[in-house]
Design a protein around this ligand. Sequence first.
Ligand SMILES: CCCCCCCCCCC/C=C/C(=O)SCCNC(=O)CCNC(=O)[C@H](O)C(C)(C)COP(=O)(O)OP(=O)(O)OC[C@H]1O[C@@H](n2cnc3c(N)ncnc32)[C@H](O)[C@@H]1OP(=O)(O)O
Length: 392
Amino acid sequence: MAQRLAKHWCLSAIRSPLQVISFPALQLHVSGTAMRADQKDFENAVTRVKLLKDPGNEMKLKLYALYKQATEGPCNVPKPGVFNLINKAKWDAWNALGSLPKETARQNYVDLVSSLSSSSASSSQVKPGADKEQQGSENLVVTSENGITKIMLNRPTKKNAITTQMYQEIILALKAASKDDSTITVLTGNGDYYCSGNDLSNFTDVLSGEIEEKVKSIAILLRDFVDCFIDFPKPLIAVVNGPAVGISVTLLGLFDAVYASDRATFHTPFSQLGQSPEGCSSYIFPKMMGPAKAKEMLIFGKKLTAGEACAQGLVTEVFPDSTFQTEVWTRLKAYSKLPPNAMRISKQIIRNMEKEKLHAVNAEEVSVLQERWLSDECINAVMNFLSKRAKL
Ligand SMILES: CCCCCCCCCCC/C=C/C(=O)SCCNC(=O)CCNC(=O)[C@H](O)C(C)(C)COP(=O)(O)OP(=O)(O)OC[C@H]1O[C@@H](n2cnc3c(N)ncnc32)[C@H](O)[C@@H]1OP(=O)(O)O
């Protein structure tokens, strides 16, 4: 199975020329035995490492050494020969940790990955108390002004499709927004689309022989991503400036208000893609719109207009496209002046009734999807999309 998938997914996978030293995370095989209290943090850090931008060889050596120390203990393997430069550098880094206890190495590894994750996304973060526009990363622009933190998807040429890097950046942006001085948080898109969902090229970003591992790490990322929406403590508003597809639609059920342009459409083509619903939509949509309408969307991929989505309860209000931005932002500015604690507490009391259930639904949806990604139906659908695009 792994070989067949590798053939499919790895056609366009390119190894970074900087990848002289492979990340320790790529060699991980968690035994599952002797799970400790912080083992999960360590496993998550190992997963996150794979999704970081290349941190450079010096940092990779540090990560390698800590990983080996954390999983195998002190270095007691023979020193590689002087001409075996890479392995010798790795051995030296590991050996330099001496008798550092495994637990300390594991903690240091988690801390190091955490600092790398925040610095790689720091450009897209809003610092607490900021009250002016911040420079964001290329694909995600985060600004904070007048009590509103705005997270804007910024890949208009790709209809704001979400890359794995962007999933991570959104997680960090939401975590920062939950702690900053703003009263409300807004998610929107730049250009004619709100978002075309998961970037289907994410499927090609798999290195040969590591498909099952990659799928596992993407599943953890997706679960963390949706968890952030479930747990977000402040009012969260979607400003749906244009068509929305896939995960950008399903997540709307976790927002506190959804304002849509009358140009927006809402499409969840999961069956067409050999996939299944996520974002807690398998639970929220039937409750929100009734099972019959929810199934038309989630099983048969029926696309809704903004008016239909509003009638089904997925959208709060629809505005004419010509006045959409002015009307919505005027309203949001007024909302941002409401007492923040009262809004938080009201949100909390509503969300807390369902929080445990939502986390369980998220876990189940991700577990089902993990299998779907390895299915022929999904592989063929994604290959079909990517190959059509290649021919254009
Ligand atoms: C091995 C396991 C890895 C798993 C990784 C999974 C990660 C988590 C998954 C979470 C679950 C999420 C599920 C979903 O979101 S499902 C929905 C996925 N989205 C789609 O199926 C939409 C695909 N796109 C389209 O159908 C059309 O592009 C669209 C209708 C959106 C717009 O059509 P239009 O004709 O107006 O414009 P173009 O097609 O020319 O698009 C312009 C360029 O943008 C590129 N594009 C658009 N959407 C995507 C996308 N989702 N992924 C990648 N690229 C996208 C399109 O290819 C064009 O690019 P080029 O100009 O380079 O050709």
